[in-house]
Design a protein around this ligand. Structure first.
Ligand SMILES: *[C@@H]1O[C@H](CO)[C@@H](O)[C@H](O)[C@H]1NC(C)=O
Ligand SMILES: *[C@@H]1O[C@H](CO)[C@@H](O)[C@H](O)[C@H]1NC(C)=O
Ligand SMILES: *[C@@H]1O[C@H](CO)[C@@H](O)[C@H](O)[C@H]1NC(C)=O
Length: 515
């Protein structure tokens, strides 16, 4: 219905086109004469229609069966936008865009283009975006982009590029974004980067670089964003990131690193965001990130081997605001003081790890705005009552969000799968503990009292005996000794009848000495 209307419209409009004799909007295309836009997506076309308004500015040809372009576009020298995604292009030929100096966006993704030639893009002086995603390119020869002096974005993702010649990027003097992800590069094309020092963002993900050598990016002095995820990186040399003096984002997740490349990070003083998850790291050691003095966001997620975060792991990262440590199925321990000195921390996500409990003292709660402990095998005992307290008492109109919906108990059995927020401190056994504490306290107090009484009794006895020893020389004959002892005792206190009796019958505190 729509198509028919469009066709009719096209026919009517086509009649008014001055230059075209048989000018028709092809069947299954939509031609907007006012905006000079033709949309022929999925129109079953085998060739590029050449009978459209020659002033055409925007041409959509997605999902057709076009195999070559020949000189078709020379008709449309006002073309600014051309999308030929998902056709059957095998090659682009030579000089086929010679008259397209107004073309700004050229999208050729999802074709079968296997090679480029220095004269392929001749004439495209105004081109700003070139997408060659998902083709069969294997190498980038020298000088193929020399005419693209205004190109800002070059997308070569999802090809099979294993070789980039030294002068491949010559001429790309306005390039800002270079996408080379998912190719077959076996090393960083350091020397090819020599000619694009102004580039801001490079994606080299899903290639294969087991080792990042020293000075790999030494020419990219303006680079702000670098993606190196999924590249099989095992080792990063100490000066690999040298001269990346403006880097803000670094993504090196999904590699084979077995430790944090602390030394290499010393070249990344401007970095604000780091993703280093999905590596083989077991332990985050103290001061692991100490070179990253400006870092604000660190992600360490989905590490299959991560077990422990040690004390002061982030101690140098005083500007850290967001910490994301999710899906590390073996992470069960964070040392006390692991997050010490992180006064700017705003959000902490610890979702789906192996934590059985979590210590409130680890985090600066006053400034925290977001905390997430979902999907951990928590032991719901009194040690977690603080979390319940936060949930119940924190002012949620402030900027604080606490993910509690999926914070569930794994133990003890009676609480299994219940959400923590549905429980009370009594359920967590805090009352038992309190009762036990009171009981223990009382017992201890009684014990201490008894001990004190005993000690003072002993002390008193000792003192009496000492005084006696001094005053009544043991060389005195027995009777005098006894008198002396009695006299002395009388002087000291009113002697009790029992005591007198004891003295009388000769049983004294010093048996064996004067009986
Ligand atoms: C609660 O469980 C955790 C984890 O098993 C344990 O470390 C902690 O000592 C327990 N606390 C209490 C009060 O039993
Ligand atoms: C919660 O925050 C609101 C607005 O920020 C404030 O007016 C209110 O007094 C706070 N309530 C408590 C209990 O702190
Ligand atoms: C809440 O946070 C947002 C963004 O972080 C901020 O713009 C806003 O001012 C904050 N509101 C309060 C009440 O602190």
């Amino acid at each position: 219905m729509n198509t028919q209307v469009a066709i009719v419209t096209c026919l009517i409009l086509a009649a008014g086109w001055p230059v075209i004799t048989q000018g028709l909007c092809p069947i299954r295309c939509q031609c907007n004469e006012e905006r000079l836009v033709v949309v022929c997506d999925e129109a079953g076309l085998g060739v590029v229609p050449i009978t459209l308004n020659p002033d055409l500015r925007e041409f959509h040809l997605r999902k057709n069966n076009i195999k070559g372009i020949m000189a078709a576009f020379s008709v449309y020298h006002n073309l600014e936008y051309l999308d030929m995604t998902s056709n059957h292009l095998v090659a682009l030929g030579r000089n086929n865009f010679k008259l397209q100096n107004k073309l700004r966006i050229l999208i050729l993704g999802h074709n079968m283009i296997s090679s480029l030639h220095p004269s392929t893009f001749v004439g495209l002086h105004g081109l700003q975006i070139l997408k060659l995603t998902r083709n069969f390119l294997r190498e980038l020869p020298d000088n193929i982009f020399t005419e693209l002096i205004n190109l800002e974005i070059l997308d070569l993702s999802e090809n099979s590029i294993d070789t980039i010649y030294k002068n491949a990027f010559v001429g790309l003097k306005n390039l800002k974004i270079l996408l080379l992800k998912d190719n077959k590069l076996g090393h960083i094309p350091t020397s090819s980067f020599r000619t694009i020092p102004h580039v801001l963002s490079i994606d080299l993900g899903s290639n294969n670089f087991p080792v990042l050598l020293d000075e790999s990016f030494v020419n990219l002095v303006n680079l702000e964003k670098l993606k190196l995820n999924s590249c099989g990186i095992r080792q990063i040399h100490k000066s690999a990131f040298k001269r990346l003096n403006k880097l803000i984002y670094l993504f090196i997740q999904d590699n084979l690193l077995d430790s944090i490349p602390t030394e290499a990070f010393f070249n990344l003083k401007t970095l604000l965001e780091l993703d280093i998850g999905q590596n083989n790291i077991k332990v985050i050691e103290p001061k692991s990130f100490s070179g990253l003095i400006n870092i604000q966001t660190i992600s360490i997620s989905s590490g299959p081997y991560l077990e422990k975060i040690k004390h002061e792991a982030f101690s140098a990262n005083i500007r850290l605001q967001h910490l994301v440590v999710n899906h590390n199925k073996n992470l069960k321990h964070i040392d006390t003081k692991a997050f010490s000195s992180l006064t700017m921390l705003r959000s902490v996500s610890l979702r789906n790890n192996d934590f059985q409990t979590f210590d409130e003292d680890l985090l600066p709660w006053n400034d925290l705005q977001h905390f997430d402990l979902r999907d951990n095998p928590l032991v719901c005992n009194c040690s977690l009552s603080w979390l319940l307290n936060h949930y119940q008492t924190r002012n949620f109109s402030e900027n604080f969000s606490l993910e509690m919906t999926h914070v569930r108990c794994a133990h003890p059995l009676v609480l299994r799968d219940l959400t923590l927020k549905s429980l009370t401190v009594n359920d967590l056994g805090c009352h038992q503990i309190q009762t036990r504490r009171i009981l223990t306290g009382t017992l201890i107090a009684i014990g201490v009292l008894i001990l004190l009484t005993l000690i003072s009794a002993l002390w008193y006895r000792q003192r009496v005996a000492n005084d006696f020893k001094i005053k009544c020389s043991i060389t005195l004959p027995d009777t005098q000794y006894e008198n002396c002892y009695r006299r002395d005792t009388y002087l000291r206190e009113e002697i009790s009848p029992e005591r007198e009796w004891v003295v009388k019958i000769g049983r004294d505190p010093f048996p064996g000495r004067f009986v």
